[in-house]
Ligand binder design. Structure first.
Ligand code: GLA
Length: 437
């Protein structure tokens, strides 16, 4: 037994020191990024306003800390003497170092974007072949985070080894600067980064770009699975990315996460319940939580979703174990229902029910399915169950719905997700069986 315990301890130690050897993203990174809302239309002002709004809305208290400048910050070309990257002087009249100093002075961290190719996806200069000078310049600018894209990669993909080498070059250049810089790899799942990037990146995108839509099929996101996908594309509906993520959860852990792409909550393309699903699923699958809306102008509904501290706590749980899909069934009226479950620290658990169908559904959730991995004693014992999308008497997210044993019946609305935390109950004499919620 002791041998097993020390082996487990050793394994987790080993896992912890992987991930680009930078000690970062021990839990999934949280922050805000310019791209989903502003695209190329960014400037010093866009970024500083967002940074101020992060602070003013107390989002820092919930863990959001990185302010990330995505594509299109670049001048038309590099410095023609030194080869160093240069920012667009019209958009950034005070330069990037000044911007990052201001962000740091607000208690935040600063992220930048580049591309492991000749050009970025927006057609600016890329970093392929310029890894050292770029990493060095970012470090001098006080950069804390690099999102590293995959456009114009000169065909340097097609095998895990080729992709690994291209991304490892930048990972090593970042490490060589001596500055801790979170490395967020964005090769859209090409060549299966979940198999080869654990020790070079803190996170890797698993799919083509997200679209602010629940389930619309779009041929520009043609793959039905991310395993062996040859054209990740873009315009991937949110619920399709959930399907994509289901099989690869097993490859993520502290310091190396599956990135389901930046959040669309607050950008207007989905309903409240759909955005609750988006936040819930990204959280339990341990994706980085990078806001992608205009945080200077948010509705109370958007703010409520992104500040659900009980759901964020699942995302940031120290066990770092993504939930698994325990079953997926066709719903009675089109679409699917799926049950997800995962382990948290201190012998507690999370489980969630997702309804992608266009109708309300009532379904039995069996604890034998929730605790399939843990075995019989876990399947049959009683739990206090907390609904993480209901508030308790004190106004905090996570209301106890009682002691549950065996299972429960759940009614779940169109495109909703319900998320529960289960804590083993000390005694089972107040149990409810299949309680109607
Ligand atoms: C790619 C990335 C996006 C974004 C754009 C910028 O499409 O996947 O997240 O960074 O490039 O051009």
């Amino acid at each position: 037994m002791r041998l097993i315990t020390s082996l487990v301890a050793l394994t987790s130690l080993y896992t912890a020191v992987l991930a680009a050897d930078n000690g970062l993203a021990v839990t999934p990174q949280m922050g805000w990024n310019t791209w989903n809302h502003f695209g190329c239309d960014i400037s010093e002002d866009t970024i500083l306003s967002a940074a101020s709004a992060l602070v003013a809305n107390n989002l820092t208290q919930f863990g959001y800390e990185y302010v990330i400048m995505d594509d299109c910050w670049h001048a038309p070309s590099r410095d023609n003497q030194t080869g160093a990257p240069v920012a667009d002087p019209a958009k950034f009249p005070n330069g990037i170092k000044d911007l990052s100093d201001k962000i740091h002075a607000m208690g935040l961290k600063f992220g930048i974007y580049s591309d492991a190719g000749t050009y970025t996806c927006g057609g600016r200069f890329g970093s392929l072949g310029h890894e050292q000078i770029d990493a060095q310049t970012y470090a001098e600018w006080g950069v804390d985070y690099l999102k590293y894209d995959n456009c114009y990669n000169e065909g340097l993909s097609g095998t895990p080894q080729i992709s690994h080498e291209r991304y490892a070059n930048m990972s090593q250049a970042l490490n060589a600067t001596g500055r801790p810089i979170l490395f967020s790899m964005c090769n859209w799942g090409e060549d299966g980064p979940w198999n080869f990037a654990q020790n070079i990146a803190n996170s890797w995108r698993i799919s083509g770009d997200i679209m602010d839509n629940f389930d619309r099929f779009d041929d520009r996101c043609p793959c039905t699975s991310v395993i062996d996908c040859k054209l990740p594309g873009f315009h991937c509906a949110m619920s399709r990315i959930i399907d994509f993520a289901a099989p690869v959860g097993q490859k993520a852990g502290p310091g190396h996460w599956n990135d389901l792409d930046m959040l669309e909550i607050g950008n207007g393309g989905m309903t409240f319940d759909e955005y609750v699903t988006h936040f819930s699923m990204w959280s339990i699958l341990k994706s980085p939580l990078i806001l992608g809306n205009d945080i200077t102008n948010m509705t109370n509904e958007t703010l409520a979703i992104i500040t659900n501290e009980a759901v964020i706590a699942i995302n940031q749980d120290a066990a770092g174990s993504p939930a698994n899909r325990m079953w997926k069934r066709s719903a009675s009226e089109g679409g699917d229902l799926s049950l997800w479950a995962g382990s948290l620290v201190n012998n507690t658990f999370v489980f969630a029910l997702l309804n992608t169908s266009p109708a309300e559904q009532t379904v039995g959730v069996d604890l034998a399915d929730v605790f399939f991995d843990q075995g019989k004693s876990y399947q049959t014992q009683a739990y206090e169950v907390f609904d993480l999308w209901q508030k308790d008497g004190a106004g905090s997210w996570g209301k106890s719905i009682g002691i549950i044993q065996g299972g429960m019946n759940v009614t779940i609305g169109v495109h909703q997700t319900k998320v529960w935390k289960a804590v083993p109950a000390p005694q089972a004499n107040t149990k409810r069986n299949y309680a109607e919620l």
